[in-house]
Design a protein around this ligand. Structure first.
Ligand SMILES: [Zn+2]
Length: 185
């Protein structure tokens, strides 16, 4: 059974997972899309650690202005764990791991990125994006959990599933981090 040993952002202001209906919660309803994971808001450049040991399956570009103008370039790492489950660490500014590499729990895999280019968000942007501009939260770690390797989907883009289609192996990451959360923060 897959179990995290480390909070992925050791320097985060708090150790809380957003709960529905808060921004960044799992399966958040974003009108034309649903949020595939949870967002852990943190300062840009903060180190990101592997919460659990795993094998690096994939390193890929996750967002960029060629896809959506208000996106900065960020990176995604897929880690496969001993029980076959997979975690996605995304919206990172950079990554320091490569496919095929084994990482230990607590090993640094990258830095928190600033996914949103605030100067390019306007009234034509999706409402949930406009709200993130208002609250001043352009940087975060986007985290997803799958019970097995995720399949490529044409409905998936930048951490959201469009058309409301939820893959059978997509899991809510909230209970995964439950024991490491700090309820006082
Ligand atoms: Zn997200």
């Amino acid at each position: 059974m897959s179990k995290p040993e480390f909070w992925p952002i050791p320097n985060a202001q708090n150790r809380r997972i957003p709960r529905s209906p808060a921004a960044g919660s799992f399966w958040e309803d974003r009108r034309d899309r649903r949020h595939a994971g949870v967002d852990l808001y943190a300062g840009q450049g903060e180190p990101v650690l592997a919460a659990e040991a795993g094998l690096v399956l994939e390193v890929s570009r996750f967002t960029g202005p060629d896809l959506i103008p208000y996106w900065n370039v960020t990176w995604s790492v897929l880690l496969e764990h001993a029980d076959g489950s997979v975690s996605r660490y995304a919206e990172m500014a950079d990554t320091c791991v490569t496919p095929g590499q084994r990482v230990q729990a607590g090993q640094q895999i990258g830095h928190v990125g600033e996914v949103l280019n605030l100067s390019l968000i306007d009234s034509s942007s999706p409402l949930y994006i406009q709200r993130l501009k208002t609250t001043g939260c352009p940087a975060m770690l986007h985290f997803e959990r799958y019970s097995s390797r995720p399949c490529p989907s044409r409905h998936y883009l930048g951490g959201n599933f469009f058309a409301g289609e939820r893959p059978a192996n997509l899991q809510d990451p909230t209970p995964y981090f439950g024991a490491l959360e700090d309820p006082e923060a």
